[in-house]
Write a protein that binds this ligand. Sequence first.
Ligand SMILES: [Mg+2]
Length: 201
Amino acid sequence: MAPDLTRRLREEAVVRIIAHVDELTALDQAIGDGDHGFNMKRGFEAITALGDELDALSLGPALQKAGMTLVMKVGGASGPLYGSFLMAMGKAMTGDPLSREDFVGSLAEGVAAVKMRGKSEAGAKTMLDVLVPVLDAVTADDPLAAARQAARDGLEATRNMKATKGRASFLGERSIGHLDPGARSSALLVEVVCDVLEGKV
Ligand SMILES: [Mg+2]
């Protein structure tokens, strides 16, 4: 593993989230309570504030610590869901050096944790509509290209879904026609991971 992988992921994630706060806010205003942009910004700024303490850790322990930080600092549904995701991923990431199988296995644990925490599956217009297809995609020959495409397609598919989980489900049919904000932030973070692993940022 590149020694600065934790730092690069942390730095790029917060940059990307901040660049898209207004977009996430607008999406959540359409079908939720409008706090998703703020919550994500607050959470990733709290992760950034860990700085050197986080960067000194290898990826597994760093993800666990980042996840715990999200659970503690972020309200709404996104803190506990993203927090559970990162904690479960980090806990499962035990290989040294990390292999592709380690990444895929830990992503599977993260997705399972989100399903359990949210009592949900793909198809309910949530972050799982990005994460589940991405998990399926990473076993492809070109896992990063497949993950990018799966994230884009999964996000777009939420537009015509009726929300059956979370606050958006109160809108029923009126949730149709809008992208899901949690799926949008998940797609954003998938892009961050792909860009960092490909050395694009
Ligand atoms: Mg909200």
